[in-house]
Design a binder for this molecule. Structure first.
Ligand code: EPZ
Length: 430
């Protein structure tokens, strides 16, 4: 099993360029099959979840031409199958976007129910509520979501929970439903806006994405388009926290600073210098960073996907910080791993009480999920001595060239898959 081996203690310094947003790209790739014309998408992040999604799109009969690592042409005119294959699609949660896309275009879809994952149960009741409101019959049978509709008709839908996935899924199904659908209590994340912009570039009529009320006036069909994915807000935030935790000085390029406001605000609160440019943000860490409190909230609140990375930064700040995880019920699994490096964190329900410590010492740790894995890498970069992070497959699901980008900032990190390689790294680094 591949691992990262890290020699910590070096402040990260230099420039890093952010890739396309994984969570926008997953919705956009699903929506790309809603037309029989060709769709050209660039600035795709070259990460595992995207590549699995492309395999699944090919599996149902769409034509997928990979122009280069970050560019793909998709043509959904030959799709024969509205039942998505288990093998590929069960591996990623975003499989549920096929329901909205296939239901919208073919009025029928059969997709394996996405498994839970390490951060919580991840129900999809709000997605199903939306599809039923649009006139679909939806049942769960033999582990799959089966949806059919004679016709999809507009509806006034109020989400009981602010859900990114449900917002995107309902937007797709409603894009080809008759009449104007009003979706209230919608999620407002940047990736919601990106998917709405993508659908509109295909001829959809969606207004209000980015606010909590989205109006979708159904159209008869969607046409081809060319589209570029927005930069990844969470990848950018991850490098910003890495700069803060290692007391470095990093220019994070190819970002939309507005999307990072909640993260920048918190880093400034603890004493970092954060300078915004048109499409870049510079973070300068300071020796004595202060404690602060974090509560994860739907956008524009502090993103739950940045909670582990910020917690590691606070674990190395002076004083006591409170981190409240209000989105997922099980997103503190990294705390036990961090304790092995000398952190002092107590978890009580959905609150982590973090007593900052002077520093971490390197240890062998396990990545419990994607963002926690990235947070443990940040901890290893800040720690004194060697850290080995196991289960890095999680990290590769959402971060393109993670170790190379960190090496570009002076990090001593390598991907290895044997103890022998770890020893060779230690001998070489000394
Ligand atoms: C998306 O997951 C992201 N994944 C997650 O990022 C992110 O953490 C999450 O949004 C919140 O921002 C993708 O975009 C592929 P939700 P999603 O529906 O859509 C509850 C990462 O690290 N809920 O907004 O599944 C749910 O249990 C991943 O890139 C329902 O109760 O999240 C959660 O408590 C991790 N019923 C809350 O809503 C539903 O039908 C928010 O979930 C749907 C959700």
């Amino acid at each position: 099993m591949e691992q990262y081996v890290i020699k910590g203690g070096n402040p990260l310094v230099g420039d890093v360029t952010v890739s396309g947003a994984k969570n926008a790209a997953l919705g956009i790739l699903a929506a790309s099959i809603m037309t029989d014309e060709s769709v050209l998408i660039d600035n795709l992040p070259d990460v595992k979840d995207i590549n699995v999604m492309l395999e699944a799109i090919q599996e149902i009969g769409a034509r997928v031409d990979r122009i280069d690592r970050h560019t793909v042409r998709i043509n959904g005119s030959n799709i024969k199958e509205v039942s998505v294959d288990d093998e590929f699609i069960r591996r990623i949660r975003a499989s549920y976007y096929f329901i909205g896309a296939l239901l919208g275009k073919y009025k029928s879809a059969q997709v394996p129910l996405p498994g839970g994952c390490n951060i919580g149960s991840r129900p999809i009741d709000q997605h199903i509520k939306g599809f039923r409101a649009l006139g679909a019959e939806v049942v769960i049978e033999r582990g799959a979501v089966i949806a059919h509709a004679i016709d999809l008709v507009a509806s006034h839908i109020y989400l009981d929970v602010v859900s990114v996935g449900a917002t995107i899924n309902i937007m797709m199904a409603a894009a080809l439903a008759e009449g104007q659908t009003i979706l209230e209590n919608a999620a407002k994340e940047p990736h919601i806006v990106d998917v709405a912009n993508f659908l509109n570039s295909m001829g959809a009529n969606i207004k209000g994405a980015g606010t909590d009320t989205i109006r979708i006036r159904g159209v008869n069909k969607l046409h081809g388009t060319e589209y570029s994915i927005i930069p990844d807000q969470i990848e950018a935030g991850t490098f910003m926290c890495a700069a803060a935790a290692t007391r470095g000085d990093v220019m994070v390029r190819n970002v939309i600073p507005k999307h990072l406001e909640a993260i920048s605000a918190k880093l400034m609160e603890i004493g970092c210098e954060v300078i915004e440019f048109d499409d870049a943000v510079r973070v300068v860490g300071k020796p004595n960073q202060r404690h602060t409190d974090i509560k994860t909230l739907p956008y524009p609140g502090f993103p739950t996907d940045m909670q582990p990375q910020m917690a590691v930064t606070l674990a190395l700040a002076n004083g006591t910080s409170m981190v409240t995880e209000s989105i997922f019920e099980n997103r503190f699994k990294y705390v036990d791993e961090l304790a092995r490096m000398g952190s002092n964190i107590k978890v009580e329900g959905n609150v982590a009480v973090i007593d900052g410590v002077k520093g971490f010492t390197g240890a062998q740790v396990n990545a419990p999920d994607l963002r926690a894995g990235a947070a443990l890498v940040i901890a290893g970069l800040a720690a004194d001595g060697y850290t080995v992070v196991d289960e890095i497959g999680y990290i590769q699901r959402g971060y393109e060239c993670f170790e190379e980008k960190l090496q570009g900032l002076g990090a001593m990190i390598e991907r290895v898959d044997s103890d022998r390689e770890i020893q060779k790294f230690k001998l070489r680094i000394g």
